[in-house]
Design a protein around this ligand. Sequence first.
Ligand SMILES: NC(=O)c1ccc[n+]([C@@H]2O[C@H](COP(=O)([O-])OP(=O)(O)OC[C@H]3O[C@@H](n4cnc5c(N)ncnc54)[C@H](O)[C@@H]3O)[C@@H](O)[C@H]2O)c1
Length: 316
Amino acid sequence: MSRILITGGAGFIGSHLADRYLALGHEVTVIDNLASGKREQVPAGATFVETDVRSEEAARLVREGSYDIVAHLAGQMDVRVSVRDPQYDAAVNISGTLNLLEAVRALDPARRPRFMFSSTGGVLYGDFVTPPNAEHVAKDPDSPYAISKLTAETYMAYYGRVHGMECVALRFGNVYGPRQDPHGEAGVIAIFCGRLQANEPFRIFGDGSQTRDYIYVSDVVDAFVVASSAALPPVGRLDARAFNVGTGVERTVVDVARGLQRAAGREVPIEFAPARPGEPLKSGLDPAKAAEVLGWRATTALDEGLAATWRWITGA
Ligand SMILES: NC(=O)c1ccc[n+]([C@@H]2O[C@H](COP(=O)([O-])OP(=O)(O)OC[C@H]3O[C@@H](n4cnc5c(N)ncnc54)[C@H](O)[C@@H]3O)[C@@H](O)[C@H]2O)c1
């Protein structure tokens, strides 16, 4: 049994991760300030501490909790919020991460937890490279959100090299599944589900040909679980301990709209609106490194994941 601290464990992905670690018999503590997470999503078997990742209370927990793993998922995760308020985005995503990393550094090296970070492959690589993108391609973040995630990863690589800490970055594609709120980076599937349920049209920003690598939430949870105990590559450059967590398949937003209509067995009209700033046109992740080093692969087909998400939305 391991002791695991999950930040953001009241949120969409973090609460699924808490469920899984508990089911595997581990002891789980969740930190969340409930900025977007929900108290009722924290599983009953987990200890819940309502606090901000930027706080001294959060740092003290890391220093005093004897954790084996810190899974850091708390974050400002909405690209649009980051465009509107880059300082808030940076405070949570950079300073919040740094607060936890410094708390890990303060520990005796033999007692330091592995630090696993929820990064993004969806927006880190920008539009100058042609997907599917491997981890080492040039980064061209086009939003404050992508900049803050890249900066947090850069700190992690530094702490690995200079202080010998075990830091792992998991770069997710666009995660979807039950419990997702209809906002943020991959909210499109949750938004479409809500629209379909209300019999309202889907609205697509841009011409609908923009691609994403949509990944089902249980596949992301699998990636965390294997990365918790895998032998890590030696520390090195920024990408040495970063892993894309995607399917390797690009889908257009129109594909997703149609797939969801098929899964639900009903249709609504599709409307188009002007494209939004800060969002890449094409995004697809090469997951080969995670397969090779961690033995992880996505196993949920898009149609299967959409059907499961729709069943959850409708309570079926
Ligand atoms: N959903 C995706 O497609 C996706 C893709 C790439 C990366 N990520 C990253 O994965 C992580 C989890 O995302 P999610 O989709 O579950 O989003 P989410 O909003 O459901 O979860 C984030 C959680 O962090 C909490 N939080 C926010 N600010 C906090 C703070 N200052 N202190 C403590 N808690 C705070 C929120 O209350 C929420 O419970 C985020 O870091 C996000 O950037 C998500």
